[in-house]
Design a protein around this ligand. Structure first.
Ligand SMILES: CCCCCC/C=C/CC(=O)SCCNC(=O)CCNC(=O)[C@H](O)C(C)(C)COP(=O)(O)OP(=O)(O)OC[C@H]1O[C@@H](n2cnc3c(N)ncnc32)[C@H](O)[C@@H]1OP(=O)(O)O
Length: 719
């Protein structure tokens, strides 16, 4: 787990060996301690170089070990003894040095990095802080402003930036181990005390307090209830104010509180859930590791509206050739202008060359004849999409995949109009498609494993977090969203205001409440969908619309807003009021309060006082309850996939893990009890009825979320 090599020079090499990322597991730490002691005993050895197997220094502590009882040599003590050693210690950083990996390097007396290396202290993203001296040593190198930024965000930096900040002493284009050995030979014999960061005085400056205040305000605004970023600021402040040993004490105290917190558990769960999502499986047994994805180089994008533009930009940025098609010259011209501007801005920002040569604009389907895959991103209308699909089949080569960007239409129905049902899959992008990380890859009943593999690989290539899901109305994300939206609307009917619901959700950790999100997306989008699905029609009285449709409770409030031309931000009025159309700052609108009062009066609803707790329970538990139904239906492979979808597509606060994880943390029996309670009060809302799987899990003793898969009958995935 750590290999000791005695070189011909007076140098010993210690190689961390724990693929794939050389995580500092208990065995690796033991190996390091033994190797260091071997080097210290050898009189011929004057210096030690640390490196990682396969040109990967270290991805930090082994996150898998955090859920068990930690054994082996503690990281803090190990790093301390490396720093205190009388022999020269040099870190040769290639690949990544993250978390404990970077803390180990900070314990060395010198650091050399390859130009391609990336460094960072991402512990905050796992719910704690760099607790192996990172919060005390880094500020002593970089000063507190840079340390605060790096530690509270977990941002990874390039070797070049690390050099500018003083984190590494040298950057090399060549082999970092070789460069580290050369550096070691040139400094052997020089005094080590000035190189021991713990011996440096705190980088006190008169404005420590104000710098920390600013950082605290920033993290509080960004992280909405997450504890770790706040603790990171406190630890760095201690580095600036206290001697090293006292600062370390503070770091340990803060770490003790964070390490076993529910937030840390949620964030670590999210880390693995995100990685598990790539390990897709289909009901027929096909899986990520038994299906080959063929290469895709040229992609057609049909439709250059908001979604098509974002998709084209993502593809080009990843180095793929794109043929972007529109139906008329005017739309093509406006799409071309927008896509070109987006790509140019991005290239400028990243300081790279313009990739516009990868892009062709077209008006004729014939120009798609040589592409390997098409992503159709036309308007969300089944008939229009069907027309596009059948036209495509006339020009595409036999093996070309056809993907539809749809937020919920039936992929099987679309596939039926093609000559290649096995090559049709859904690709549900989220707006704006070049920014949002989530991609639901929807397999239909006829989609071949290869087609799913290709879509998943393409999604990964364009840096999306891809989740394979089955075909049902709304797939996973929007199927659940509908119930969440319904509950928020019922809460308005029953007495809440949009700001009250949004405030409760934002205090829970959502970046934006559901009504603000609705205003941002445009209320007309859902209105059109409801019209198309027959929920709104000529037989509905526009003045006194029915609150009962298709056999269940229905809230006509959003339709009534749309009738008034209140489409959200774009019209300057929606659930909130905006200074002007397109403006982003949402202000409570007294007109809406009057409108809600009149509405309740008209329908004889006596307004109730709705607590924030009820808002969260009805919204979050409804989401989880539908998630259980989705698992029973075999639409998602496991609870982790559902949570990943909510984390990356719907703004669910990461420190709460996702709706399924949240339900598991609150306790399944509590969720069941609450759902039974709300269903009793609202028998006209069938979705509030507890799902069968939730009942079964409670009856079977509420197993931990990692074991739910064993209790799901329809489940095909065995991670
Ligand atoms: C009071 C107690 C005191 C305890 C002190 C504890 C101190 C902790 C300090 C720390 O070091 S915490 C860990 C900090 N490190 C990180 O957060 C890094 C996490 N990893 C990454 O960011 C990435 O994985 C990567 C290293 C940049 C590599 O990215 P890449 O895209 O190339 O691969 P992945 O698919 O992400 O990962 C491959 C594989 O490796 C697993 N893995 C990655 N990092 C770790 C890790 N630190 N521990 C355990 N496992 C790790 C990952 O899960 C993948 O596994 P799979 O099975 O192949 O899916």
């Amino acid at each position: 787990m750590a290999r000791y090599t005695r070189l011909t020079e007076p140098i010993a090499l210690i190689t961390l060996n724990n693929p794939p990322v050389n995580a500092l597991s208990s065995a690796v730490r033991s190996g390091i301690v033994d190797s260091v002691s071997q080097a210290l005993k050898d009189d011929q050895v004057k210096a030690v170089v640390f490196c990682g197997e396969n040109r990967m220094f270290s991805g930090g502590a082994d996150i898998k070990e955090f859920s068990g009882s930690m054994s082996g040599p503690p990281l803090v003590r190990m790093i301390h003894s490396i720093e205190a050693s009388e022999k020269l210690m040099v870190a040769a950083i290639e690949g990544v040095a993250l978390g404990g990996g970077l803390e180990l390097a900070l314990g060395c007396h010198y650091r050399v990095a390859n130009t391609k290396a990336r460094l960072g202290l991402p512990e905050v993203t796992l719910g704690f802080l760099p607790g192996a001296g990172g919060t005390q040593r880094l500020p002593r190198l970089t000063g507190i402003t840079a340390a605060l930024e790096l530690i509270t965000t977990g941002r990874q930096i390039s070797a070049q930036e690390a050099l500018q900040l003083g984190i590494v002493d040298q950057v090399t284009e060549g082999n970092a181990v070789q460069a580290a050995m050369e550096l070691a030979l040139s400094v052997i014999g020089q005094p080590l005390n000035p190189r021991r960061l713990s011996l440096r005085p705190p980088v006190w400056s008169a404005d420590v307090d104000s710098v920390c205040e600013v950082a605290l305000a920033r993290v509080k605004q960004h992280s909405r209830g997450a504890m770790a970023p706040v603790a990171c600021v406190q630890a760095v402040r201690a580095a600036a104010m206290l001697p090293y040993s006292k600062g370390m004490e503070k770091e340990r105290q803060l770490m003790d509180t964070l390490f076993r917190s529910s937030q840390a558990r949620a964030l670590q769960y999210a880390f693995f859930a995100q990685r598990n999502a790539g390990k897709w499986s289909l009901p027929n047994g096909a899986r990520w590791n038994n299906t080959k994805a063929r290469d895709v180089q040229r992609v057609g994008v049909i439709g250059l509206g908001t979604m098509g533009r974002g998709i084209a930009v993502s593809l080009v940025k990843a180095g793929l050739s794109v043929v972007a098609l529109e139906s008329d010259a005017k739309q093509l011209e406006s799409g071309k202008k927008a896509v070109t501007a987006m790509l140019q801005r991005d290239a400028q920002r990243r300081g790279v060359g313009s990739p516009l040569h990868l892009l062709t604009f077209a008006l004729s389907f014939h120009q798609l004849k040589d592409v390997d895959l098409v992503i159709e991103a036309v308007f969300e209308d089944m008939n229009l999409k069907k027309r596009v699909f059948s036209d495509l089949c006339k020009v595409l080569r036999a093996g070309t995949l056809i993907c539809t960007n749809t937020s919920g239409l039936n992929v099987d129905e679309l596939a039926k109009v093609t000559d290649r049902q096995h090559l049709v899959v859904g690709m549900h992008f989220f707006a704006p498609a070049h920014v949002m990380k989530l991609l639901e890859v929807v397999y239909g009943s006829r989609s071949s494993p290869e087609a799913v593999a290709v879509a998943m690989a393409l999604g990964k290539r364009i840096q999306k977090v891809c989740v394979a899901v089955g075909n049902c109305p709304g797939f996973v994300g929007n199927r659940m969203l509908k119930l969440y939206m319904d509950q928020s609307l019922y809460l308005l009917e029953e007495g809440a205001t949009p700001e009250q619901v949004d405030q409760a959700l934002e205090e829970f950790g959502f970046a934006m409440g559901i009504f603000k999100v609705a205003d941002l997306s445009g209320l007309d989008v859902g209105w059109r969908v409801r019209k198309a699905s027959g929920l709104i029609g000529p037989d509905i009285d526009p003045v006194n619309p029915s609150r009962w449709r298709l056999g269940q409770r229905y809230c006509p409030l959003p339709d009534m807003l749309c009738q008034q031309g209140r489409f959200g931000q774009k019209t300057g009025r929606g659930w909130y009021l905006y200074n002007s159309p397109g403006s982003k700052e949402a202000k409570p609108d007294p007109e809406i309060l009057n409108f809600l009062e009149d509405y309740r009066l008209k329908y004889g609803i006596t307004p109730q006082r709705i607590s924030s707790q009820e808002v969260i329970e009805r919204c979050a538990f409804s989401l989880a309850n539908e998630g259980f139904r989705i698992l029973e239906d075999g639409i998602a492979a496991g609870p982790e996939d559902i949570d990943v979808i909510y984390l990356f597509g719907y703004g669910w606060p990461r420190h709460r893990g996702g709706p399924m994880f949240y339900a598991s943390q609150v306790g399944l029996s509590v969720v069941l009890e609450k759902m039974e309670h709300y269903h009793r009060i609202h028998p006209d809302v069938p979705s509030l009825e507890p799902s069968r799987l939730l009942r079964r899990l409670v009856a079977e003793g509420s197993p931990p979320i990692q074991q739910w898969r064993n209790h799901i009958k329809n489940l095909h995935s065995q991670l």
